[in-house]
Ligand binder design. Sequence first.
Ligand SMILES: [Zn+2]
Length: 467
Amino acid sequence: MTDGAGSATSRPRLSVEPEGSVVASTKTVDPIELSSRLIDTGVADERIVRVDNALSEIDDNVAVIEAFSNMVAFGTDDGLVCFDASGPLSGAAVVESLRGWSADRINTLLYTHGHIDHVGGSGALAADAAARGQPAPQVVGHDNVIPRFERYNATNGYNLIINRRQFAGLPPNHPAQGASLRHRGVGITSDEPRFLPADALWPTRTYSSSDSLSVGGLDFELHHDKGETDDHTWAWVPSHRAICAGDLVVWVFPNAGNPQKVQRYPLEWARALRSMDALEPELLIPAHGPPVRGRERIATVLLTRAEALESLVSQTIDLMNEGASLDEILQSVRLPAEWLERPWMRPIYDEPEFVIRNIWRLYGGWWDLDPAYLKPSPKAALADELVRLGGGAEVFAQRAQELVEAGDLKLACHLIELAVGADPSSASLHGVRAEIYEARRAAEQSLMSTSIFSAAAAESREIAESD
Ligand SMILES: [Zn+2]
């Protein structure tokens, strides 16, 4: 067994910031050393989710390539078993890192789930196999990976738009070019016309609830649980006492609420985390962020994440059972602030408020209990009416700016939306709107929020400056 330090790369490490910018950090090269310190101290004292495609050997014949997303590789007597192929723009670099560690053929590529940052790089693996005269890997995933891929193709335009918004903070049809997207999207958002790359490998073997794989003398137990997605696989590798967790464990607050994506399953997610803990693992390998070694540290990470998800579900359902509206629930359900300061739980990607909305959607319906919004008037008609009553769009815009000064950014956003809704072609109103959303973005912590507010600001900035 190696401690990983000797084999880890010494090149500068890059990390993802909430805004999607890339920041150099060279403090701790060895990912196990990093995760151990973060968990033992409870202090996030350096960048955690690193995306520089650097490979670290973390156990005998086990390597992790930290990328957007990570690849995990197991050496066997019959070639490599790899978990995830990373994203469309990082796949080739991940393959290059892998090949610096092993020239063996990739026997099996296992998808933890079908998100683009986990499958989009698979074309690079296929190209590498072809160049080496090696057979293409078998590709294993849950049954629902295939309908996910079909859905991605059916909703290609939508997914391109939300990916540009979520990872690059850009509205639809923004004229940013590929190079700038590549930088802003940290290797996930490109200007390609296809969301699911044409060369992505589709699963060749799927399963429904559990499966076992044996490759070259190494056994893998595959488990399906819903959580971030409906197609998730996590794996138990008994000989290493290791769990490959996919996105069920990543070094941010669980992505169970994403405002632009399909349903997530927080309670099922928590159950999966408790099932992992029950196996008493010694090595936990997430799909984003560093691997974790040590029974106690792993239990801490798994059980605190489970507890947070369970708390959001039970608080929300209790209020639903009392007849509370979505608004009342959003204003009252909270997690203890100290839970959100843990280095593996910070709400810098998704956030609890969005998880509450997903719980409402999962256990209830889309209606928020406001009868006016069951079959609402057109937004523009409501804006026209209110703005006319309130003395005009300029009055609303001015009051919105005062509210920004007073620190009520939420209310300021409502007022500027009404102003622009009533007079959508006004360059000066869009100039105010851009400023307000730039301020709103600066006040937020999660990528989900900052990117949507950035996109709104960029949309209005375009109109304001085209005048
Ligand atoms: Zn992911």
